[in-house]
Design a protein around this ligand. Sequence first.
Ligand SMILES: *[C@@H]1O[C@H](CO)[C@@H](O)[C@H](O)[C@H]1NC(C)=O
Length: 397
Amino acid sequence: MPQWTQIVRKSSRNKEKGTMASPVALILCLFIYSVAGQAPVVTVVPRSSIVRHGESVSFRCQVESGAQPIQMEWRRANNQALPDNIKTGPDGSVLTVANARPGNQGQYRCVATNSAGRGTATAVLNVKFAPRVRLIPEGPLHVRVGEHVTVECRATGRPWPALMWTRQGSTLQLVTTATNDVNVIQWASVRPEDSGVYVCQAENTEGVTEAKIEISVEMEPGAPLASVSTTEMTVVEGRTVTLECQATGSPPPEITWSKLRAPLPWKHIVVGGVLTLTEVGRQDSGQYICNATNLHGFSEAYTQMEVETPPYATCLPDQVRLRPGDALQVQCLAHGTHPIHFTWSRGSRGLPAGAEATRDGRLLIAHVKLSDSGTYKCVATNHISSSEAQAKVVVKA
Ligand SMILES: *[C@@H]1O[C@H](CO)[C@@H](O)[C@H](O)[C@H]1NC(C)=O
C-alpha cells in the first residue's frame, strides 16, 4: 500500500519538527479516509480453465488491494444461482466445481465488497464432453414409395463433433447435407431398397456416439423389391465373379444388370438374375446395378466391386553404362493396386556401400566405382504378390 507508507513518513517528519498537533490530526484523518475510501481490487486464479466432463476444478479470488473487512462472493455471470455441484469455501474466496458437467460451462464472477464499494473479476470455465446425438424425427419411420423423407441428426459436444451417416452394416459414408451441428439425410423420392437402419455417428476428442433410425418403405402390393447378395466386394484381377440379384414382386419381375456410367464388361453373362464376369480387369471396378421391373414399377440394388491387381515392375533405364565418378539413378516403376513397396538388391549381397534406395523406388549412387557394376534387382510388392525387374549397370574407365 504505497499511500500508507507515504503518509506515515510524512507524519513522522512532522513529529520530528515538533510542530502543532492539528496537522497530525489532519493527516491521520486523511490516512483513515484513504484506506477506508478504497474499494476492493480482486483477481481470479486461474482466469480460465478447460476440464473434461466429470473432472473438478477450483478458482480462487484474491484481493490485490482495498480496505478490510472485505466480503467475497461468487456468482454466475448471468446472475443465476450456482448449480448444486458448485460450492464456495467458508470465506467465499474459493469456488470449487466438483464433477463438472456440460451445463457448468460459462463465466463466474467473484464479487468483493467493503464499506467503500465493490470490485469484481471473472473466471471462464469450459467443459469438454463426448457428443450427444438426437435424431429428428426419432423413428422408426414408415413411409410410402416416392415420398420425400428427411432425417436430421443434431449433435452437441465440445469440441464440436464431426457428424456422418452410414447405413448399418456398411462402412460407406452416405452423401448428406451438413451445416455446423446438423447433418441431414434425405430422399427426394424414397424407394423400397432404401428400407433399412441408418446410423448417425458423432465424434470428437472425448468420444463417439451413435443414433440409429429404422426406415421402412411400404410398397404397393406386387411392386418389385430387388436385393443383392453383397453390396461391397474386392476381387483379384483375372478371377471370375458372380453377382447375384433376387427380386420379389407379383407378377415376378424381370431382372436386368447394368454398370453405372459404363457398359457391362465385354465378357459377361446374365442367367436368371446372376451376372457372371470372367477374367475381371482393373477397368471392371465400379458400381453394378440390378434392376427388377414389373408392371407395378421397378427396384434397384447395387454392388460396388473393386478389382485389385498384382504389381508389375519395370526398371527405367534397364541398362546403364557409366564412368567411375558418374551418378547412377534408376527408377523402379510398378503398376498395380496401391500401396506398393519397393526393395532394391544386387545379387545376394544387398546393395553396395554408398547406394541409396528411396521409398518411391529409386536407386541412387552419387559417385559410382568400378565395383558397383552388376545386375540390380527391384522387387515391387503389394498385398497380393510381388514382381521383379532388373537393371544392368556397367562401370568402365
Ligand atoms: C430400371 O428400370 C426402369 C424401368 O424400366 C428404368 O426407368 C430405370 O432407368 C432402370 N434403371 C437403371 C439403372 O437402368
